[in-house]
Design a protein around this ligand. Sequence first.
Ligand code: ADP
Ligand code: MG
Length: 216
Amino acid sequence: MADLKSFQRWIAEAAADLIEQADHLTELDRAIGDGDHGTNMARGFGRCAELAEHEEFGGIDAYLKKVGMTLVGTVGGASGPLYGTFFLRMAGPLSATADAGVFEVGQGLRAGVEGIVARGKAEAGDKTMYDAFAPARGNGRGGVHRRSGRRGGPPRLPGGGRGRGRGGRDATLPLVARKGRASYLGERSAGHLDPGAASAAILLRSAARALGADAR
Ligand code: ADP
Ligand code: MG
């Protein structure tokens, strides 16, 4: 369902959207941060989108690892290591497959989001990218996956394939930031969308399109 080419299409589409939205993301970061999030993301993902032109990848995992390392090396700020960790960790559950089904894609997303939490220590409601990513972590409780029959509450792309992270992004509006630069503003951070949650929603929307993870 999602092979190496699908993952490369994901990154290409995410890069195009992030570049298109760069001014908006920077505007959001100007309100409660230092105004670099759009340029950070456009630079990093722009570089990632070029990877496939210059290099052959042996598998989905090798590609995701390279994307992660590229982001760590090019995005900078707080979000660079966090997005880098997301892709490095996502590679794990996808190491044995050349064509990932909805379950494997979900497992990869969950591992990536857990990497963000391990690194940034954000909790739900801290007004960070994690608020947009949290639904992709799944609930970790029982349940049997419809198609694969496997247990473990398969994580899904947020919003049942409709919201795709936008609900989590929009929920950051009234929150007071408790992590990152915006937390220095205290109460004054309320009333603004979190820039990282906005970029995460863009990444998840393109994942839904390119990886077909919501095709059900
Ligand atoms: P910086 O704040 O260093 O300039 P960016 O502007 O690129 O970095 O990214 C800011 C975004 O990073 C925030 O909007 C927030 O979503 C995210 N962020 C910051 N700290 C954390 C953290 N500890 N955990 C999760 N996300 C975080
Ligand atoms: Mg910033």
